[in-house]
Write a protein that binds this ligand. Sequence first.
Ligand code: AHR
Length: 330
Amino acid sequence: MRRRSLTVLMALSLLFVSACGDKPDLEGPVDEDLTVIGMCQVGAESDWRVANSESMKAIFTEENGYHLLFDDARQKQENQITAIRKFIQQQVDYIVLMPISEAGWDSVLQEAKEAGIPVILVDRRVDVEDQSLYAAHVGSDFLREGQRAATWIEQAFQEAEKPVRIIHIQGTLGSTAQLGRTAALEEALAAHENWELLVRLDGDFTQAKTYEVMTQYLSSLPGRGEIDVVYCENDNIAFGALQALEEQGYTCGRQGVNIITFDATRGALTECLNGRISLAVECNPLLGPLVEEVIQTMEAGRTPEKHHYVEEQIFTTENLSAALLERRNY
Ligand code: AHR
């Protein structure tokens, strides 16, 4: 699979460095035997994302036979597209793409295909007509995650005689994680006449944005609102919502406002163990080893399976312990 010319690769890489201000570690010569991976990460918007990047960096090391060119797109799709084009010029062996949103990938993935560079999608997916534009996808089943959250609400409120009042705070609009988790809640809202959607807010998967929109919403209410559930599409949204709610005098937990979150990073599990978050649905960020398996399959000349979904579980105060939290490595 080693097809690049080293001199060209290094020269183009230096151009890339000056063009985007990043500093990929290409100062020394790149060993011909290393597999070069061009990686387009969304950014560092959440604790999950940071853990995901660390998982990739831990596996794609020179000791393991790789040279990793890591690009942080700072949550902009145009930056991801620019990075892919540079990786194509650099003739990397594989492109690993965590797409920020599903739409808008056909042209650039076609360019990668024409250059003979396999693209592996990680975490989220792309909406393209031609499925041969990517070799494989490794990530979570976001719809299933949302359905597990909806089942929890159903069980927690099965005796409810009053409407179940829900606030929905969404992640980055158009991303697979948002689309799947939103679709699950929408299905459940349609199936339960007594569930009432109070408001839908855009939290963009970040704590700061959520704190702002949630504070604004709560302040706009005439008095203390009756809120049963806040369906937060990731942990950082949950942290922002929790902060805004508590500042305005709400109690969070099973006896008050039930916060539901996705990711289940250590911070959220700690709040869950403390009882301030009612449910944490796991979204596993440790995808590096699975991506490597896909690459090794291709290096061996075999075709990888198209979709690889990771095993995930759900957490409540009942199945959490301090020992589990200590073992949690993200
Ligand atoms: O696509 C996965 C989602 O993206 C995670 O839930 C979120 O934390 C991240 O930013």
